[in-house]
Design a protein around this ligand. Sequence first.
Ligand SMILES: Nc1ncnc2c1ncn2[C@@H]1O[C@H](COP(=O)(O)OP(=O)(O)OP(=O)(O)O)[C@@H](O)[C@H]1O
Ligand SMILES: [Mg+2]
Length: 404
Amino acid sequence: MMKCFTIFKDKSKSRERKSAPELSNQRKSDNLDSRRVSKSTGSASSPRSIKEMYKEREQNLRVFSVPELREATKNFNRLLKIGEGGFGSVYKGTIMPPNGQGDSTVVAIKKLNTQGLQGHKQWVAEVQFLGVLDHPNLVKLLGYCAWDGERGIYRLLVYEYMPNKSLEDHLFNRSMPTVPWTTRLRIILGAAQGMAYLHEGVEVQVIYRDFKSSNVILDKDFNAKLSDFGLAREGPTGDRSHVSTAPVGTRGYAAPEYVETGHLTIKSDIWGFGVVLYEILTGRRTLERNLPVMEQKLLDWVKHFPADSKRFYMIMDPRLQNQYSQTAARRIAKLADSCLNKNPKDRPAMSEVVEILKQAIQDSEEGTSSHVRSPQSSRTHLSASDKQIKVINAGRDMARAVQS
Ligand SMILES: Nc1ncnc2c1ncn2[C@@H]1O[C@H](COP(=O)(O)OP(=O)(O)OP(=O)(O)O)[C@@H](O)[C@H]1O
Ligand SMILES: [Mg+2]
């Protein structure tokens, strides 16, 4: 698992705690269903900050107590643990409605490691961003818990439960069924739509800062949702071209100019998106220590197989067993290359990425015989559309296999 890293120590620690929202431990509202507003119709001249927007909407989040979440997770039973990241553990849990009446809800509960202020800062960011943002391709935050007790500090987050794990699990965990080509494209399109909303669909620009395959999680129908907003930042406003921060993120996904200068823009997110596009094509992680040295860094390795060359198909994930549209695959590789432009200004906008991914899905669904590589030889008896149907069926089989 690829963990987050901090390259430089954050120097503004004492201010950070003050910038926390006034999150009270009292239950603010029992109404979890009230719609969250996603795009303001307010004055364009003075966009509100996420913190201001959060103040208006915080009552949409439920405030949980520590005993409630202990009960939900059978005292954080390790058998209910479903994941572990750089900042804490994730448990599957069951919560009751606030008034105790009615059906229980299955949720995912993230318990942050709370040594130091870093965890607290990330928890605050996650609550504020996910308390404000609302899009089908972002994970829904249902509530939170903050408790500073004598026996320790608790920072927890309660999300909708996503039964199909992460894109990382599906691409790299050999015990999982192979994700078919069109499913991969649909997943990455969903993730792109989530990012396009962050970059272009909110009153303030939101820089996600941690785009990677483990942060793309999947619902029961394999719809992709972005998770983990602990590192998200508001984009630059006014005449400023970038935000300056201590570079944080995950090795193998962070844009080079951001790592070198700490200058953050939405174009840093586009780089990470390009990396994940290559992970989807190749079925290889961005950094893979178990491979020969030449192949350890995915971006260096794929350079030897340009999208326009005859050798291109050699990078394709062997687990796809040649069941993919070549036209679409080349289109995706070219898109990845444009996302991975050294010059951030030459990288596409997220809305352009979304359009190209839609075209790639169309290429794959049209599938003429020259598009789909035959598993055995060119003398295959299956027509391209037959193969396409096979691919779609394989997708359904996989969904069933994973859900059962
Ligand atoms: N809402 C959710 N529903 C179901 N499972 C989830 C949910 N959120 C996270 N998970 C699971 O928990 C795993 C760990 O998530 P987490 O974000 O803590 O770590 P990570 O993304 O692997 O690493 P990092 O901490 O660097 O982001 C995820 O990969 C996913 O499988
Ligand atoms: Mg994560």
